[in-house]
Design a binder for this molecule. Structure first.
Ligand code: URA
Length: 242
């Protein structure tokens, strides 16, 4: 993808931990090189993909997009802004980029894996109904999940929409060979309250819900609810299904 032509000072302050005035000072002190030449004009237009930019001895490695893995806690909403509730974006302190948004929604009381990014194209392809991206949830319910219920959930259930849910995968967590009220459910759609409605349609009420994977990317369980970190390159490939 072609890099965006942009102002040198803006690019440097977005890429390093410098304010615009610090960048201006560095430029004045002749500490900024573009293609091996000292630059004295902060407003110079540069292309971060093709211009070699060195700031105080450090190469500027430009990344257009940023990807955070958040372990969403219960009690915050998956929105960019909200008049009454805290949003997932408010959890990201000093974001590396502006224009961040969550990839899809988890309910306010749902925990787990949520990607926060500024990459609209990736978000679109992960959420597209045509792509059938796997999403796996850890589910606790108010009743034992029977094999019969699991069978129905796997085949697809009527949750009051035009069409039944697409085939899903379920693994009931067993203790001493007996079914429990806990399971992993993998779905390929993203309908409103889908997991809760699927369970309700076969009986039990969901009492706890946590997303543990999206595409081939697993939630890093060392992240406590509310914690986040940038994805590694390998994790980004997993998310893209590569
Ligand atoms: N299904 C639900 O019911 N809620 C979520 O937050 C995600 C999937």
């Amino acid at each position: 993808m072609a890099g965006k032509i942009q102002r040198l000072d803006k690019l440097i302050s977005n890429s390093f931990d410098y304010s615009r005035s610090q960048v201006k000072e560095l430029i004045k002190k002749k500490k900024v090189l573009v293609n091996d030449n000292i630059v004295l004009t902060p407003e110079l237009k540069v292309n971060p993909d093709s211009d070699k930019i060195v700031v105080d001895g450090q190469n500027l490695n430009y990344a257009e997009f940023v990807y955070y893995m958040l372990n969403k806690p219960a009690g915050v909403v998956s929105a960019t802004n909200d008049n009454t509730c805290k949003t997932v974006l408010e959890l990201i302190k000093n974001p590396a980029k502006s224009g961040l948004f969550p990839v899809g929604r988890l309910d306010k009381d749902t925990e787990g894996l949520l990607i926060i990014t500024n990459d609209g194209e990736l978000s679109h392809s992960l959420l597209s109904p045509k792509k059938h991206v796997d999403k796996t949830y850890y589910v606790e319910t108010d009743a034992i999940i029977t094999d019969e219920m699991a069978d129905k959930l796997e085949k697809g259930v009527d949750i009051g929409d035009e069409k039944p849910t697409l085939p899903a995968k379920i693994e009931i967590i067993k203790v001493d060979n007996s079914n429990t009220n806990k399971a992993y459910l993998t779905i390929t759609e993203g309908r409103f309250h889908q997991v809760k409605r699927m369970f309700k349609s076969v009986g039990p009420t969901v009492t706890f819900l946590k997303r543990i994977s999206m595409s081939k990317l697993m939630l890093d369980e060392s992240l406590k609810p509310g914690e986040y970190r940038e994805l590694t390159d390998e994790e980004l490939c997993l998310l893209k299904g590569e």
